[in-house]
Design a binder for this molecule. Structure first.
Ligand code: PFF
Length: 446
């Protein structure tokens, strides 16, 4: 505990790290799949509405807790509300970090396999059926999915070992801009394909006939998952933000970057899906099968394919480090465990759960119950339950326990900044967010 607490060195570093946490597999791999399953444009509209109305205020609430409390999720809440049980919210976050990291490390491992496949020209000249078969074969391979999952978690642990400024900040600051450039190049390519019109129609034209409680919950879960809110990652990052930074503009930048990447991913994937006759409902394979197909048809596709999967893995990496950081900050600050030891513990426990996720995807796995694999369970349990519940308690804590004065004081940097929307933000945190989250939950239960 005597070690000096690490922190971000610059405002750009904060935005890169928080956007790095937000932008991840959720945007590029999960968002298009969910939009495909839940009515395309209608899902997008609901999603954007939730992100704008709830996402920004909840993100600010998390940054507020983190920066004011100055620690991990449990420790921050403890220091803001000593001798109470509010810190249980922090524990929900720690649990969520393990759950998300488990299935996330499985998919992150896939991105490395796909870099390898791209580099060895596996996709060249193959049709979509063969590429899809390759994906299934990979899940059933007794060795490779685990190898890549371990390697990926190794990279994550490496950066966390280095610390916040020399690890998290340094790497995300280079990687995030690179990700944007490649996404935009791919977008242009996809838009010139023959299925572009149909794909864009699918993504942007709302089909409200598909919208029901399940779709609302899925959009809510995805919004929270994508923004990394509801589980303390942003509380933890908030605790490393300098007292001089503006929490409102930081949140806005992060939300804008995150939503932009999700929409860009949709613009890349749907036109391509329609061009090659892949059903948009095709699930995870949409990203892992459709994209290699685009690269096959593209001049310089060999290189773009490699670069794309490198960047996908980087997007995943900047998210896994934020997840592991939650666990490590918690273990080291609350239990006095050395940071390096805490990194080992966090990595090994999440790898154990992650391996179960990977195993559950094998053909005939005992970890699959009916249609639901352990992998799906961890995904749905976090996005549709832990994150919304976490977010609900976070906003209740901020508005109903901490109150207006404390919140305004923090987001205006002790009255040195003018934040004209502060009343509006607080109103959402106090009334709108809890009611909307609860309503969607109750609707789902009924
Ligand atoms: N926001 C990440 C994504 O969209 O892929 C996933 C995630 C990272 C969720 C970190 C939660 C978190 F704390």
């Amino acid at each position: 505990m005597s070690e000096k607490r690490d922190g971000f060195g610059s405002k750009l570093g904060v935005i890169a790290a928080a956007a790095g946490s937000a932008v991840g597999l959720g945007n590029i791999y999960r968002f298009p799949c969910l939009a495909g399953e839940n009515g395309g444009g209608a899902f997008l509209l609901i999603y954007v509405a939730i992100v704008l109305c709830l996402g920004i205020p909840i993100m600010m609430a998390e940054f507020y807790i983190g920066r004011r409390g100055g620690k991990n999720p449990v420790g921050s809440i403890k220091s803001l509300a000593p001798k109470t049980h509010w810190n249980l919210i922090g524990y929900i976050g720690i649990l969520a970090a393990f759950v998300v990291l488990a299935f996330y490390s499985t998919v992150s491992g896939w991105t490395l396999e796909y870099i390898y496949k791209a580099a060895t020209n596996f996709f060249a000249g193959k049709d979509i059926a063969t590429i899809e078969q390759g994906f299934t074969d990979f899940h059933n391979n007794p060795f490779r999915p685990f190898l890549w999952q371990f390697v990926f978690m190794g990279f994550t642990a490496f950066i966390i070992f280095k610390g916040v400024k020399d690890g998290v900040e340094k790497y995300t600051k280079i990687l995030m801009p690179a990700l944007f450039v490649i996404l935009i190049v791919l977008c242009f390519k996809s838009l010139t394909m023959s299925g572009a019109k149909e794909g864009l129609k699918f993504l942007f034209k709302p089909d409200f006939s598909k919208v029901d409680g399940t779709v609302l919950l899925a959009a809510l879960g995805q919004a929270f998952f994508s923004l990394s809110v509801g589980m303390g990652a942003l509380i933890t990052y908030g605790s490393y933000i300098s007292k001089k930074d503006n929490l409102t503009t930081t949140s806005l930048s992060v939300v804008a970057a995150d939503t932009l990447v999700a929409v860009l991913a949709g613009i890349i994937i749907f036109p391509a899906a329609f061009t090659f006759g892949i059903q948009p409902e095709a699930g995870a394979g949409l990203a892992f099968n459709t994209l290699p197909m685009i690269f096959n048809k593209m001049t310089g596709g060999y290189f773009f394919c490699i670069i794309f999967f490198i960047l996908l893995s980087i997007a995943a990496l900047t998210s896994t480090i934020s997840l592991l950081e939650v666990i490590v900050a918690f273990l080291s600050e609350e239990h006095g465990i050395k940071r390096n030891t805490a990194t080992w513990i966090g990595t090994l426990v999440s790898l154990f759960l992650g391996v179960l996720c990977t195993l559950s995807l094998r053909k005939g796995s005992v970890l699959a119950f009916g249609n639901m694999t352990f992998f799906d369970f961890m995904d749905k349990f976090s996005a549709n339950f832990l994150l919304p519940i976490g977010a609900l308690f976070i906003v209740i804590f901020v508005a109903w326990k901490m109150g207006k004065e404390s919140f305004y004081d923090e987001i205006t940097n002790q009255n040195t900044l003018k934040v004209s929307v502060k009343k509006f933000i607080y109103f959402i945190i106090k009334f709108v967010a809890p009611i909307v989250i609860l309503a969607i939950f109750v609707n789902q239960l009924i």
